[in-house]
Design a protein around this ligand. Structure first.
Ligand code: NAD
Length: 478
């Protein structure tokens, strides 16, 4: 099929490359001319595993990039809108980019009727607004249909998530639209794609074929907000339990392993840390709450989820202060700036927030991230310096802080690290190491929801901040 995708961001670009991989002809459009010029020269604006391979495989064949929305829409049978829907000041989704795209599409609806698909995360009733705006702009009712196809990919594993989804949700209000949308995903839902010799590898946990769930457009719009809200709630719940674990001397990793083994709960998203970030959970939670309020329903639970999340950054900062006493003049190595491992995205990154706070408190921060440093340089004060490797950041530092769960941060040479740091202190916001191992390697080690360990006993006059003798060895850690 011929597909136009409006928006070459994390979602649009990945969807475009993946639809081309599934055999469709795709034009991906953006109004950022520099981005399009770069893409046409084979330069990708984002870091995403497997994306370079797919773009290289299909660019100039089944995949094209353009800033000409009109001709892309004219040529397409299905038009996906994947532009940003950021948070506005009152918490609602800012749909101005989305509306802008709809207006432009309205003037290009020629030829056979098009299916206009919401790929961006948008609130309920957006499909109605699309219809209204298209009509106001003069589009014939017979020239389009509207569908919702929420995207569940995660940055860092976006390509695999798209090609090996748990489920595909299609919200459509007519049988013809359902048929066309079904056809688009047929290589996934029939299981033919994973069997192809050239198929990219999927995760071991991949469900094949994925479930195709057909709903009304309104339900599909709500499914995306409800999914993100639930996942954010799971994370804030785990972080709250982690704080209780620390207070009572339990181990959150052991607790999560056992709680997550219950099939009603599941092991995924049972990871304590410094809180969620990124361009989705924070703004989608607020947008869902605002939407519910606007329709007379209070989702107070979501306010609490967001509050716990913000507080978790303070919990981490307190650990840094507890370990170092004063911060002014201290040199701190920060490992990780992206909001999670595997991406260069720093939007709403708790790591960036923490680095900023430490800088404001007078610490000298040297940061390292495998992919997000270019973006972070634009967002952080000029006084923050950047190292080219984890050990360079650690050189002479009073403590090492782990802020993002990049795989390489879980595989540091601990002997080398201890020799590199000025003081062997590691404060791990992602629980990448076992306290037993860190103690054996001679580190003072603080993490989330587990007792701090240290080879040096603090003087008895210091207030107790968690037992210094670790509990039984957790099974699941490196
Ligand atoms: P992004 O900011 O990375 O990309 C959006 C792109 O749209 C930008 O390149 C921008 O230049 C372009 N754009 C804006 N207006 C345009 C217009 N009128 N014409 C053409 N291009 C235009 O955003 P993203 O992270 O890809 O997110 C897109 C949507 O998908 C959002 O609603 C987001 O909530 C949702 N979503 C994101 C993720 C994720 O992990 N990033 C996952 C699922 C859903």
């Amino acid at each position: 099929m011929r597909i136009a995708i409006v928006g070459c961001g994390y979602v649009g670009l990945v969807a475009a490359a993946c639809f081309a991989e599934l055999g469709h002809d795709v034009i991906c459009v953006d109004n950022d001319r520099e981005k399009i010029a770069a893409l046409n020269n084979g330069i990708l604006p984002i870091h995403e595993v497997f994306l370079p391979e797919l773009v290289q495989r299909h660019r100039g064949r089944r995949l094209a990039f353009s800033d000409d929305l009109s001709s892309a829409v004219r040529d397409g049978q299905v038009v996906f809108i994947a532009v940003g829907t950021p948070q506005s000041e009152n918490g609602e989704a800012d749909l101005s980019y989305f509306e802008g795209a709809v207006r432009e599409i309205a003037h290009s609806l020629q030829g056979d009727p098009k299916i206009i698909v919401e790929k961006s995360t948008v609130p309920v009733y957006t499909s109605e607004w699309i219809r209204l705006i298209l009509a106001r702009e003069g589009a014939e009712a017979s020239s389009f249909e509207v569908a919702s196809n929420p995207e569940f990919l995660r940055e860092g594993t976006a390509v695999a998530d798209f090609l090996y989804p748990d489920r595909i949700v299609i919200g459509a209000d007519s049988e013809r639209t359902c048929e066309v949308m079904r056809h688009l995903y047929e290589p996934l839902t029939s299981g033919t794609y994973p069997r192809a010799a050239s198929a990219l590898p999927g995760p071991a946990s991949a469900v094949s074929p994925p479930r195709l769930i057909i709903t009304s457009t309104k339900s599909a719009e709500l499914i995306k907000h409800a999914s993100n809200a639930f996942l954010a709630m799971k994370l804030s719940f785990v972080n709250s339990v982690a704080n209780v674990c620390e207070s009572v001397g339990a181990d959150i990793e052991q607790v999560c392993e056992a709680v997550g083994a219950d099939s009603r709960i599941g092991p995924r998203f049972m990871k304590p840390g410094i809180g969620y970030g990124g361009s989705c959970f924070p703004k989608d939670l607020l947008a869902f709450g605002a939407l519910a309020r606007a329709h007379g329903c209070e989702l107070r639970l979501l306010d609490e989820v967001a509050r716990i999340n913000d507080e978790q950054r303070q919990v981490f900062l307190k650990k840094v202060r507890n370990a170092l006493w004063t911060l002014k003049g201290k040199r701190l190595a920060a490992l990780g700036l992206a909001f999670k491992g595997g991406t260069d995205d720093i939007r709403e990154s708790p790591a960036v927030h923490i680095v900023n706070s430490l800088h404001r408190e007078g610490a000298t921060v040297v940061a390292y991230d495998p992919a997000a440093m270019d973006r972070a340089r634009q967002a952080l004060p000029p006084a923050i310096s950047f190292a080219q490797a984890a050990y360079d950041a650690a050189q002479g530092a009073d403590a090492l802080l782990i802020l993002t769960d990049w795989e390489e941060f879980a595989a540091l040479d601990l002997d080398r690290l201890r020799r590199t740091l000025r003081h062997p202190i590691v404060i791990d916001g992602r629980n990448l190491y076992s306290p037993h191992l860190m103690l054996a390697k001679g580190f003072t080690y603080a993490s989330i929801g587990r007792a701090q360990v240290s080879p040096i006993s603090p003087p008895s006059a210091l207030p107790a901040r968690g037992a210094l003798t670790p509990g039984p060895r957790p099974a699941a850690n490196p």
